[in-house]
Design a protein around this ligand. Structure first.
Ligand code: ADP
Ligand code: ZN
Ligand code: ZN
Length: 747
């Protein structure tokens, strides 16, 4: 039998996850000492016994075997939060690749050196005798005058805070310190948690669920045969109310809940709804919290002071000991996929965590990902559908598609089609509100020469530069910028122009067409300041503006009762990203954007302007027909073998020496093919290698190939082979590999 060694972390709370110590697993402990297990180990020269967690098990010792000590004992406490999170990290590493450290840092927040906000409170010792002896000893000595004055002054006081103490007696910190260490002053330290700021809104009373909502709550609650539930409910159908009712039941059972919401949908309005219902038991996470605030939330959860966390992807790792439910709203959203190694998808990791804790996982969306919908149709997830809006009188808007080519033929060169213009004019007359949606950021799109077609590109990244106000061209990938040239460097033509349009430009054009309208703009440029996204949305909700212009940020989960017109200025922009998910993303964006209109009793109009009026993603969005979209999209994925029909693994090789990167990736693709053949992995498809879509970024060359197969374990085995391959090769210094399993975009 082979000898097993365990990598052990000894102090998780210090956040030092890199430092592992290797111990031998003695024969009798084999089988019980596993990943995540708590163990006692002899530590340091004195072999003092300390507690640790096993994070990895291997047959290959990293040190001289004679120097490796034995694990002393296994502590049987599967309940420890750390055990569960370490097991989750292990699973993440197994499926998505990367190192165990990267996986651990994903699930366990690293404690930063943040100053905890504490309040200190002082009173005199109750030991009168000691006090008298002390005063007697010090009296007459000039050096202790301040101490004695303080003691005298404190005699008729119950106690003072540090601030009051310093102010009342004008003493130095060292005087207080001295008295505390002499046991005369008793210090009480209480930790103050930083609370995320933000004024919460009153969102009204709780509603009574309608029959459809109540039936779904009952089905989910009573269903014993599914771990995962998908709620497919149109925008405004009352999914959030269902989540809250389910959470209330979870809390009734003494359990806890995690609610994931994509960051940009995490508006004050959404948070306030949870707060009005559950009060201080709710903790809110978002990336705008300071490190200190984040760590405080983590501690509050660990100490059982909160029962619900609402937040983006990372909230999935809240250390809840009694987790009863995980909810993922807008489950189709790309933000649930991590963009750094390990590139995990929150939906899958949530399913693993839910299973470990015996919790239910609820996914909700108006436009479920084809992946989730396929699983629901296969019976892996339970499917629940809501077809009507929850609010009485609120109906789905009327959607029209306008062909921009036809507008051009009719000599309308404006960004508003005649139809959209007419709706806008009417709405403004009636004092209603308008949202204009543009899937592009910045002042304008990429810049090209109208005569020869030359496109201006970043000299470091080989991607197109974007025009910004002030006549500058910027690279959004690396930040490089240069002035917009007057003539084309290729052919000398002066017709160098920005292509497409940006939110700032649209803002300017509205001013030209509707000078009386008040306009607000919401995009990444206008929201970089903390809280300004909520500011802008609140001002719009209070009707301080008539028109809101924005990027995808405005289409998520916001409720604006006075909006009756939604204009999608150019629906095509999301389809040109050379990406297998482009149609799905376009359909989702259009459907969600359309859902912003007519949320109250007023009828809504949605105008989709496009150069591709016949594309199924646009036709189905206009018809609000998810089923038909799903059917066509799955047919396309089947035809071209894309997820969810197969699993797809991106293998990305990078390095500053283009030749070395190219040489290695060619060799790796060939060897991987051979490996799969030897293993008997059938139908393993390897596509590439080729340059990545961004072939060079920040002077690093990027090359890719894709591996496709239906079987998850084979994909994992292939990836593990590749990880070993690089370690065993002579290319380790020049090339690094990254993996992305079931990517949300092409590379
Ligand atoms: P979704 O999450 O599906 O977009 P919400 O839960 O936000 O839907 O509900 C949309 C609107 O309808 C909200 O203003 C909500 O308060 C209201 N609503 C939801 N359910 C009911 C109900 N049963 N009765 C009355 N109003 C409801
Ligand atoms: Zn030119
Ligand atoms: Zn660049």
């Amino acid at each position: 039998m082979s000898v097993l060694y365990a990598d052990i972390i000894v102090d998780i709370s210090a956040g030092n996850l890199d430092r592992v110590f290797q111990y031998k697993i003695p024969e009798p402990l084999k089988g019980t000492a596993d990943i995540g297990t708590q163990v006692m180990i002899p530590f340091g020269r004195s072999d003092r016994m300390i507690r640790g967690f096993i994070v990895n098990i291997t047959t290959q010792p990293d040190y001289d075997v004679s120097k490796i000590k034995d694990i002393a004992q296994v502590i049987n406490s599967d309940l420890a939060m750390e055990s569960q999170l370490i097991r989750l990290a292990w699973q993440i590493r197994k499926v998505y690749g990367g190192t165990m450290n990267q996986a651990l840092k994903t699930v366990i927040p690293v404690k930063r050196q943040v100053k905890a906000k504490v309040s200190r409170y002082y009173c005199l010792t109750e030991d009168q005798e000691a006090l008298e002896v002390y005063c007697h000893r010090l009296s007459g000595d000039k050096r202790y005058r301040a101490r004695l004055e303080l003691i005298r002054g404190m005699k008729d006081k119950d106690g003072l805070s540090r601030e009051e103490l310093l102010e009342t007696f004008h003493v130095s910190a060292s005087v207080i310190k001295g008295l505390v260490s002499d046991g005369i002053l008793v210090e009480t330290v209480t930790r103050q948690y930083r609370r995320p700021s933000g004024k919460l809104m009153d969102t009204g009373r709780a509603v009574t669920l309608n029959d459809a909502q109540a039936a779904i709550v009952r089905d989910i609650w009573e269903d014993q045969s599914h771990d995962v539930h998908l709620i497919h409910g149109i925008t405004g159908s009352g999914k959030t109310e269902i989540y809250m009712e389910l959470i209330a039941r979870v809390l009734d059972e003494g359990k806890q809940a995690i609610v994931l919401i994509p960051e940009i949908a995490l508006s004050l309005q959404t948070v306030s709804r949870f707060h009005s219902r559950f009060g201080d038991r709710v903790s809110v996470m978002n990336s705008r919290l300071s490190d200190g605030e984040k760590y405080d939330q983590y501690l509050r959860a660990k100490q059982g002071e909160v029962d619900i966390v609402v937040g983006p992807r990372s909230a999935l790792f809240m250390p809840f000991e009694r987790l009863g439910m995980i909810i993922i709203d807008e489950e189709h959203d790309g933000a649930y996929k991590s963009e750094t190694t390990p590139r995990f998808h929150a939906r899958d990791v949530a399913a693993w965590r839910a299973k470990m804790s015996g919790a239910k996982l609820i996914l909700g969306s108006a436009t479920p990902s084809v992946e989730s919908y396929a699983r629901a149709r296969a019976g892996i997830y339970a499917l629940h559908t809501l077809n009507v809006r929850a609010k009485a009188g609120s109906i789905l808007p009327q959607v029209s598609v306008v062909d921009l080519r036809e507008e051009f033929r009719q000599n309308n060169k404006k960004i508003f089609s005649r139809k959209l213009y007419a709706y806008m004019e009417e709405a403004l007359k009636r004092g209603e509100q308008i949202i204009l949606f543009l899937n592009r950021r910045g002042y304008a799109g990429f810049v090209s020469c109208r005569s020869c077609g030359h496109v201006f590109k970043c000299r470091h990244c080989d991607i197109s530069l974007t025009a910004h106000r002030g006549g500058r061209l910027k690279c959004h990938y690396c930040g490089y910028e240069e002035p917009l040239p007057k003539v084309c460097p290729q052919c000398g033509s002066p017709y160098v122009a920005a292509f497409g349009m940006g939110t700032q430009k649209v803002e300017g054009m509205i001013a030209g067409e509707f000078p009386q309208a008040r306009v607000l703009r919401l995009d990444r440029d206008s929201t970089s300041r903390k809280d300004s996204m909520d500011d802008i949305l609140n001002r719009f909700r209070r009707h301080e503006a008539d028109i809101l212009v924005g990027t995808q940020m405005i289409v998520k989960g916001h409720d604006f009762p006075d909006v009756t017109v939604v204009g999608i200025l150019a629906a095509d922009l999301s389809m040109f990203s050379n990406d297998y998910m482009a149609a799905e993303r376009t359909f989702q964006l259009l459907t969600q954007a359309a859902g912003r209109s007519g949320r109250d009793e007023k009828p809504g109009h949605v105008v989709i302007q496009t150069y591709n009026p016949d594309h199924y993603s646009i036709r189905c969005a206009a018809a609000q027909d998810y089923q038909e979209f799903y059917r066509q999209e799955m047919a396309y994925r089947k035809l071209l073998s894309y997820p969810p029909v197969v699993h797809m693994l991106v293998v990305l090789a990078t390095g500053t020496n283009e030749h070395r990167v190219g040489e290695y990736i060619t060799c790796l693709a060939g060897d991987t093919k051979d490996f799969c053949r030897q293993q008997g992995f059938e139908d393993m498809v390897i596509i590439g290698p080729a340059d990545a879509a961004v072939p060079k970024g920040k002077d690093v060359y990027r090359k890719v190939f894709y591996v496709k197969n239906k079987k998850y374990p084979w994909m994992i085995a292939a990836r593990e082979f590749m990880e070993k391959h690089l370690r065993a090769s002579a290319y380790g210094r020049d090339v690094s590999l990254q993996f992305d399993m079931d990517p949300m975009s092409m590379y």
